[in-house]
Design a binder for this molecule. Structure first.
Ligand SMILES: *Cc1c(COP(=O)(O)O)cnc(C)c1O
Length: 433
């Protein structure tokens, strides 16, 4: 039986799928932190190149991918669609399970390079010389460091202090690609200095690192800021995953437009949206029947337990206010190993889709996610990223519930876990908190 469904390089999608004009309810506009009034897109020009701001508010259903971006993406895509036949056999289920594997060809091991390349390109085109960003465990920082190198941009990464100390390997990767990495809170911004004065051992947080990266971009010439999730343009760039997956799924299951279930894990929402939005668009437009499941961590369960309201994206409250499911911008999640799921909020477009019932959130405990990861590693041979393991936990539940039904499930294996072995070591030694 065929297990891998591959596309040729020349089948790389030529357009991204923009969900904004299809949303069942209009997206509430971002608000200015200064006035609480709808933001003027011009206000974002200090931080982002114009083309990315246009994408942030675009009403075009399909947005062309420039050739320069497709050429760079060809180094790392298309990614394979794989039938998880060994997992099905292990679970003794009739459900047919497929996954899109974003960790196989990506140089940094996850989907994040898809938007890093696009963002680096638009910045270069508009004259940016340096990019600043934040990173938690280092997935996003390494993706942007790699993409910056491809386009000859300088890259400064503010890395959450606790990870900077505990995860030296990701820092090495970023530095090898030529990025400058600072522990956050740092001594290079006033906000960082202020926090370190109060507590020299401050462990930092993603919200603080975002504030510092923004402050740097505002202070330095020809420097812009780059964000790895949540914003509309980031989710847009990731839809290349789902657009490829539609073609590949139809190679595997010629009778169907798409699967009965589409599953992804959610930190800020980019890999989930990347896979699911092209399928959800078909559901909205043509009534294709499918359930979209968004898997989150109980440590940061903003979709299941958060409020749906306007909130800031960072700790210093400098970002525009976005209407989203949120646990509050001052929420400090417990230190789980799935660092990429520890964000307090979720993409505004995803929030609308949850609110209107197009996406169902489910939350999973860390222990359960690691158990799912172990099953997956033993059956499929791939050690999943701890983030992706939350999606696998959801898939295993579906495969058990529909054991005797001919359902199909597609999930996003957003990355591999070969740089997360510390977490796995603790799981094996039964030392997980
Ligand atoms: C960052 C990350 C996530 C979470 O971020 P999203 O924007 O929600 O996709 C999930 N999986 C992996 C492997 C990551 O690196």
């Amino acid at each position: 039986m065929r297990k891998r469904f591959e596309l040729d390089e020349n089948e790389l999608p030529k357009k991204w799928c923009n969900i904004l004009p299809e949303l069942p309810k209009p997206l509430p506009p971002p608000l200015s932190p200064a006035t609480n009034e709808p933001l003027n897109p011009k206000d974002l020009e200090a931080l982002f190149p114009k083309e990315l701001i246009n994408q942030e508010i675009s009403k075009e259903p399909d947005i062309a991918i420039p050739n320069e971006i497709r050429e760079k993406l060809q180094r790392i895509r298309p990614s394979p669609l794989i039938r998880a036949q060994s997992l099905e056999e292990f679970l003794k289920t009739k459900v047919r399970i497929y996954y899109k594997y974003e960790g196989e060809r990506s140089p940094t091991g996850s989907h994040k390079v898809n938007t890093a390349i696009a963002q680096a390109f638009y910045n270069t085109k508009e004259g940016t010389r340096s990019l600043t960003t934040e990173t938690g465990a280092g997935q996003w920082g390494s993706a942007l460091a790699y993409a910056s190198h491809l386009f000859d941009l300088n890259c400064k990464v503010m890395m959450v202090k606790a990870s900077y100390d505990q995860k030296p390997h990701r820092r090495t990767i970023m530095e090898l690609y030529g990025a400058e990495v600072h522990p956050s809170p740092s001594l290079i911004t006033d906000f960082g200095k202020q926090l370190l004065k109060l507590d020299p051992q401050h462990p930092g947080s993603l919200g603080i690192a975002i504030s510092e990266a923004i402050l740097l971009a505002l202070k330095e010439e020809q420097t812009k800021y780059s964000l790895g999730s949540v914003l509309n343009h980031v989710l847009l760039h990731q839809t290349i995953i789902g657009l490829e997956a539609i073609k590949q799924f139809q190679m595997a299951e010629s009778q169907k437009f798409g699967p009965d279930f589409v599953v992804g894990c959610v930190g800020g929402g980019s890999n989930f949206a990347g896979l699911a939005y092209p399928f959800i668009r078909e559901k909205i437009r043509n009534g294709y029947e499918m359930q979209a499941i968004a898997a989150e961590s109980t440590a940061a369960s903003k979709m299941s337990d958060g409020d749906y309201r306007y909130d800031f994206g960072d700790t210093a409250n400098m970002t525009p206010l976005l209407k989203m499911h949120t646990l509050g911008s001052d929420y400090i999640p417990p230190p789980i190993h799935a660092g990429g799921l520890r964000y307090h909020g979720v993409a505004p477009s995803l929030s609308v889709l949850i609110d209107t019932g197009f996406v169902t959130p489910l939350k999973f405990e860390q222990q359960k996610a690691f158990e799912a990861a172990e099953i997956f590693a033993k059956s499929e041979g791939i050690i999943p990223a701890p983030e992706s393991s939350h999606a696998i936990a959801a898939v295993i539940d579906i495969a058990k519930e529909y054991r005797n039904d001919e359902q199909t499930v597609l999930f996003n294996l957003s990355g591999h876990g070969l740089l997360d072995l510390l977490g796995y070591q603790k799981y094996i030694a039964r030392e997980l908190e």
